[in-house]
Design a protein around this ligand. Structure first.
Ligand code: NAD
Ligand code: ZN
Length: 397
């Protein structure tokens, strides 16, 4: 049974590119009809791109729902992990689309986390100069963030997300039940991104996120092994989760609608760039540890604390706002230790970050909890950055 009490979220974009995000426990069951409604009447075939782990869990349900809506379905599985989000993988999957004779009116579907979503979206953007794309995100991060907004990319040895395209999906189908099988660390990483969206999106969203997180933690520890049960409590918790994801998606949708392509000159608190809160230091931490120690969201957890430390030192926010953010990150879960990392190497990596404009890092800071302020690195003394990094990395959560 699908829970229909959660409203669908609309992403409003120009020239008939608007789309709905369908969210609910059991939403996968409706994947066929939702896809039918979102695609061209001429669509006959769908290629599902996924990985072995996710496809073993949810592939059969997804394929069954699509077939029952009359689609001819094939699937193509990529390797699991960030290193497979590459041009090599993209090339192989493009070969598969050509072999199966996917046509202009057909569609590519991503079933998986952000890695699968970014790669499949990129492939959909370039195959036949662009075919319809549907996102079925199965990680918390992908459900609140990466599946919405049309950024697609692959990595190259020169850097993450170096090659990509803007290609909006026709629809996004979020089944919160898929999170039942997501490892705890992946949940923590997703929660960190949810806190990020609250920290720059408004106190209401942040508080809603923290309230749910506290309840979720109580529930998870009480029901450690019963998470797959269908009892009333699980239904209730998943309904709350779906509502929170809807609120998170609505925020992301608003930002994307107002600044679809992240215009270079925009530095206001509603520009797409604010979604990079915590990412400047976050990326540096990932890079400093060769992408081995942190899940991306975990590194963003520390990155947010460092950006908030800078904000305090510049007199933008009160120390109490930093403490509230720290409490929120703490709720997200335990982060790997970071107090052994050298702040000098982090500083060096910051200068290489993609967000450098005209030789300066563009910092996303806070002017209060719930509102971002973008500040050029030229206005921030190196000593402030160094001290803030040191302080943030000491925080044991
Ligand atoms: N396009 C965007 O706007 C955007 C935004 C943020 C992040 N991203 C990208 O997203 C990627 C990270 O995505 P992610 O955090 O989802 O990681 P991921 O896709 O690597 O998924 C994490 C792990 O969870 C597994 N998994 C996925 N769903 C599962 C489920 N339901 N049950 C059990 N296991 C499951 C995956 O196989 C993988 O091992 C990065 O490449 C990042 O660049 C893109
Ligand atoms: Zn991120």
């Amino acid at each position: 049974m699908t829970d229909k009490t959660v409203p669908r979220v609309r992403v409003r974009l120009g020239s008939s590119r608007s789309y709905d995000i369908e969210i609910g426990a059991g939403a996968l069951e409706r994947l066929g009809e939702v896809s039918r409604g979102a695609l061209s009447p001429h669509a006959r075939r769908i290629v599902v791109i996924s990985n072995r782990r996710v496809f073993d869990l949810y592939g059969a349900d997804a394929v069954r729902a699509l077939r029952s809506a009359g689609f001819n379905v094939a699937h193509w599985l990529m390797g699991d992990g960030e290193r497979h989000k590459s041009l090599l993988t993209a090339g192989r999957s493009l070969g598969f689309l050509a072999e199966t004779e996917l046509e202009r009116s057909d569609a590519v579907m991503a079933l998986g986390g952000g890695v699968v979503g970014d790669l499949a979206g990129f492939v959909a953007a370039v195959y036949l100069r662009g075919v319809a794309f549907i996102q079925v995100p199965t990680t918390l991060l992908a459900q609140i963030d990466s599946s919405v907004g049309g950024k697609t990319a692959v990595n190259t040895p020169a850097g993450k997300n170096m090659i990509g395209a803007f290609h909006q999906p026709r629809t996004v189908v979020v089944d919160v039940r898929t999170l039942r099988t997501l490892p705890a660390r992946e949940m923590t990483a997703g929660w960190c991104e949810a806190i990020k969206q609250g920290a720059v999106g408004g106190l209401k969203l942040l508080n809603q996120t923290c309230r749910f997180l506290a309840a979720w933690k109580r529930f998870s520890s009480a029901h450690h092994e019963a998470k797959t049960g269908a009892d009333a409590q699980v239904v209730e918790v998943e309904r709350g989760l779906a509502k929170l994801i809807a609120a998170q998606c609505a925020f992301k949708a608003r930002i994307v609608a107002g600044d679809e392509r992240e215009e270079e000159g925009r530095t206001d608190y509603r520009s797409r760039r604010v979604l990079n809160f915590g990412h400047t230091i976050g990326h540096a931490l990932e890079s400093a540890t060769a992408y081995k120690r942190f899940r991306h969201g975990e590194a963003v957890g520390y990155g947010m604390l460092a950006a908030a430390e800078i904000s305090v030192r510049l007199g933008l926010i009160e120390a109490s706002a930093l403490e509230s953010l720290r409490a929120a990150v703490h709720l997200a879960g335990r982060l790997p230790r970071a107090d052994d990392l050298e702040h000098e190497s982090i500083l060096r990596l910051l200068r290489l970050d993609k967000k450098v404009v005209g030789g300066h890092v563009q910092w996303v800071l806070l002017e209060r909890l719930g509102r971002a302020r973008i500040v050029s690195g030229s206005e921030i003394p190196t000593r402030v950055v160094r001290d803030s990094i040191t302080a943030a990395l000491q925080s044991s959560t």
